[in-house]
Design a protein around this ligand. Structure first.
Ligand SMILES: [Ca+2]
Length: 390
């Protein structure tokens, strides 16, 4: 974990203010421990017997109010609060006439778990804005996605092996060996069920709360289509289809690829054809750097430039499994905020194209699906994590 906290602290107040019978604003007297962070606006307000603390939050930052009555004896006041960029007000249920408080802030960028980046909350236009894809990419619709963490790269064979070995020693079963051209290449040939069990094992291993359950029990064994995902849990999970597409777009809008309008072998590992879908590669066929030896012709993760969010291989290399059941008509009726797919189906979604398919399948809007039992040399995955207080 690469977590950094900063602390706003040092205010005390005099209960006599309340006795004066007016709403009092005490502004200032705030200092930060670190001089290189921007100080949020913080104020304390008295309203009769109510004492509250207000500040201008930063999007997706997580705040915890703490108080101190004795030197260096800090205790939490209330639950953590996730900022959304607006003013946050928290009641202070302080029993002593005088106290110190401080505001602990987890910075949204520097507190991202290692290997992940924060995808900020907000809307994006989901679907094919160019009318060049399949009908299931329509209609283009606005989707709000809550802030979440997205893995920078596809999961490597090395990480798969490490977590799989731990899982097999800790009650997890049916975790396939999988394939991979090298330790730093994406894992493949592991099916959807094995992947979500692996995510649970990874969460367990790292002391996080597993996301996937069947009948309320942590999913560790077998293949059960009734598996459910707790999106409020802290553990590793697959991104939803909407999360995946927002992340793939990298903060751009109205572009077919994670970086812009066209695609070439200098930008991604895919099968180039002569024309169509913005293909700019002058050399047709598989990526010339990686088409040696037996298939798959994968590339080490992160071999090409990242998109605007700092994510690699969102187009090409391996297809990436997502959480959602697939429905071709889902976009016509999906919820406007955090859509998570239909309740049931026959195929799970995977996204982004691969080393073996043409540019059209590598578009950020492109959708694909197969039975979750499928194992393929062109499908891997990356993990996400919900942005929840730890
Ligand atoms: Ca990929």
């Amino acid at each position: 974990m690469n977590k950094r906290s900063r602390i706003v602290q040092g205010l005390s107040w005099d209960r006599q203010c309340q006795g004066a019978g007016f709403a009092s604003l005490l502004i200032g007297l705030i200092s930060t421990v670190s001089a290189d962070v921007i100080l949020p606006v913080v104020r304390v307000e008295y309203q009769a017997d109510e004492v509250s603390l207000s500040w201008k939050s930063e999007e997706a930052s997580i705040y915890q109010v703490e108080q101190m009555h004795d030197v260096d004896q800090w205790t939490s006041v209330g639950d953590p609060v996730t900022g959304d960029g607006a003013i946050v007000t928290v009641p202070l249920n302080l029993m002593l006439p005088e106290a110190f408080f401080r505001l602990r802030v987890n910075d949204p960028l520097s507190s991202s778990p290692e290997g992940f980046v924060l995808i900020p909350a907000g809307p994006f236009e989901m679907g094919d804005a160019f009318g060049e894809g399949f009908l299931d990419e329509l209609p283009v619709h606005t989707v709000n996605v809550s802030a979440f963490y997205m893995g920078k790269t596809e999961v490597t064979k090395e990480l798969w092996d490490e977590v799989r070995a731990w899982g097999l020693n800790n009650g997890y079963t049916d975790l396939k060996t999988g394939g991979g051209k090298g330790a730093n290449h994406p894992v493949h040939s592991v099916n959807w069920y094995g992947i979500v069990k692996w995510c649970n094992a990874h969460s367990h291993k790292d002391g996080l709360t597993p996301c996937y359950t069947v009948g309320g029990v942590v999913f560790k064994t077998g293949e059960d289509s009734g598996v459910s995902c707790n999106f409020a849990a802290s553990g590793y999970r697959l991104p939803t289809e909407a999360e995946w597409e927002k992340a793939a777009r990298g903060g751009l809008s109205g572009k077919p690829f994670p970086w812009g309008d066209t695609i070439s072998h200098s930008q991604a590992n895919y099968y180039a054809t002569g024309a169509g879908f913005g293909n700019q590669s002058g050399e047709a066929g598989y990526h010339p750097t990686y088409n040696d030896g037996p298939q798959p012709y994968s590339s080490p993760v992160g071999s090409f430039a990242a998109n605007g969010y700092g994510l690699y291989d969102m187009a090409g290399n391996m297809w990436e499994w997502c959480w959602d059941w697939y429905s071709s008509s889902y976009y016509g009726s999906s919820p406007a905020s955090d859509p998570r797919g239909p309740d049931s189906g026959t195929g799970r979604v995977f996204r982004g194209g691969s080393w073996s398919v043409i540019a059209g399948y590598c578009r950020v809007a492109g959708r694909n699906n197969r039975n979750p039992t499928l194992r393929s040399i062109s499908i891997g995955f990356r993990t996400a994590r919900s942005s929840v207080p730890q």
